[in-house]
Design a protein around this ligand. Structure first.
Ligand code: GDP
Ligand code: MG
Length: 176
């Protein structure tokens, strides 16, 4: 038994418009896989993965908000129990970027006050279709005073996706 393990896993919630790549980011990080034609609604509530930081094994529960995105009515309990929220938009879909403010309001209304938030611009591999620039993403994250990451769940290097989840976990560890 590893006595340095935390008692409970950190709970990370992925939110954002439908089809921005939330489920894909979860699969990329937890399984290092990518599914090209993803079936939107699947019956998985969360995935558990363990990462090593500072010689500690940290358990993460990644909660995916499967299929409810259109209604902005992600169950309150998802938010209430979250340690961190990953707010994802698709850099090739302007509407998903415009809706970030709505998702932020949802977090304000439902999540713990001290929940850690990060903004993620996904699908960065689609260079020719990118509408939302790096500067746009940085500016918006700056407005909310949160960190910003650009990811691709498709890229098989997995570097940026891991970087985001590790950075987030580091911050959570600093607080606990
Ligand atoms: P969700 O509804 O937010 O969970 O989005 P999904 O993870 O189901 O992804 C929606 C679609 O976008 C799927 O066809 C994915 O294969 C695709 N997708 C997700 N992430 C990326 C990415 O980083 N790059 C590219 N090119 N496609 C992606
Ligand atoms: Mg999904």
């Amino acid at each position: 038994m590893n006595l340095t393990s935390p008692n409970r896993p950190f709970k990370l919630l992925l939110i954002g418009d439908s089809a921005v790549g939330k489920t894909s980011l979860m699969f990329r990080f937890a399984d290092n896989t990518f599914i090209e034609n993803f079936i939107p609604t699947i019956g998985i509530d969360f995935k558990v993965t363990t990462i090593n930081i500072r010689n500690k094994q940290i358990k993460l529960q990644l909660w995916d908000t499967a299929g409810q995105e259109k209604f902005y009515n992600i169950t309150r309990s998802y938010y209430r129990n979250a340690d961190a929220i990953v707010l994802v938009y698709d850099r090739t879909a302007a509407s998903s970027f415009q809706n970030v403010s709505r998702w932020m309001r949802n977090i304000d209304e439902n999540a713990p006050d001290d929940v850690l938030r990060v903004l993620v611009g996904n699908k960065s591999d689609l260079h020719h279709s990118i509408i939302i620039s790096t500067q746009d993403g940085k500016n918006l994250a700056g407005k909310y005073n949160i960190d910003y990451f650009e990811t691709s769940a498709k890229s098989d290097t997995n570097v940026n996706v891991s970087k985001m989840f590790y950075a987030l976990t580091e911050k959570l560890l600093e607080r606990h």
